[in-house]
Design a protein around this ligand. Sequence first.
Ligand code: AMO
Length: 439
Amino acid sequence: MERTLIKDLGQKVGEKAFIQGSVSVRRDQGKMVFFDFRDRSGSVQGVVLPKSEAIETAKEVRSEYVVSAEGTVNKRPDKNVNLDVQNGDIELEVHSINILSKAEIPFELGSDVNLDTYLDHLPFTLRSEKSKNIFKIQATIAEAFREAMRGRDFIEFQTPSIVGGDAEGGAAAFKVDYYYDQKAFLATSPQLYKQMMAGVFERVFTVCKIFRGEKHATTRHLSEAVCMDFEMTFIKDHTDVMNMLEHVMKHIVAKVIEKHGDTLQNMGVEMLLVPEKFPVLKLREAQEILGVSQSEPDLEPEHERALWEWAKKEHNSDFVFVTHFPLSKRPFYTYEDEEDRGYTKYFDLLFRGLEINSGGQRVHDYRELVERIKGKGLDPEKFSFYLEAFKVGMPPHGGSSTGLERMTARLLDLHNVKEATLFPRDLNRIDSLLSTDEK
Ligand code: AMO
């Protein structure tokens, strides 16, 4: 018999059906055995009656066993109907059951365990409803990002992960053993490549991995993260990039609500506040609001959280842009504001109290860029490949980068970015370490 997906069983009342899936719960009531079966489409209650041929096997089955079952789809008696759950008006009266795989589980799926235990058992814990929802929503975020970009004439490109040097200056790059003793690193950002590609296609985007040797254990840093980057040419200044990013963010939020509105509600996620225009503050204005010294070059995590409170109260917004960071603390490619010397046409986008995106206008003049590289104590020779894009003519341009895990975590109000990362890498965690003694 052909497999029927569990979500379609309701259309087969009175008929026989064959399902395949896992056992979420088994309730042995002596004479009868009840099951909650699940597959990728949903769940359904099954019942094995005392006279059924399946009763022996049913008593053997435990939580998470993988099974196939054949039975008749019945309407439930009125008193047992539960319209609040999927398939709450039917049950599968099981005639035969076949164990495809036995299971030995460390604890009940969906148990409230601490983060380390959760991460130690990812092949199992990722199967919980909560985890599946997180990563389904994450997939929608990435899909909606691509959709928004394509809708504005951006072309997707693949960026290399093995690179000759670090684009970001500050971020610690992982060194790689490359052929012939050449020095190579894992990319800390697609920055230089997206700029080069903007010179080719005018508008480009990429969804890629970045690698950063973050030395501190925090709730916001990963050693391997996914970035959604774009770069666009012929901009007037950084505000064109901010407007594009605002459009992208609104599209992502709308798509997530459209596809996962019910899940957000079930997860207790607060309604997202997305105003027509996101509030914008210069760093110095933000510092004045926060009552902190304007000599600080950046915001601390608690400042980002306080600015969320401000944005909610003053602008009914979960988003706030902070612009004009000091030039001295930003990478060499950052554009200086001619009307506000020493400060940059660069921004961070904070979402629900966390920086999820950075971006801005870039230096596009070859000579100036060479000077800026030197100014950072770097050798322009080492950047000659990148610099060729500027030598051969580069339009004014800018772009930005959104951290996928950070955006997912804040959207779903998850405390730690690792909860929004399938297989997080950090100071202590790489999967093989879980199964060997080698350090
Ligand atoms: P930045 O270094 O701010 O900017 O990175 C951009 C965004 O990437 C995410 N991110 C991270 N997420 C988790 N763990 C990390 N270790 C981590 N590092 C970065 C954040 C951050 O906002 N080239 C510039 C972008 C640009 O100018 O276009 C850059 O890399 O969400």
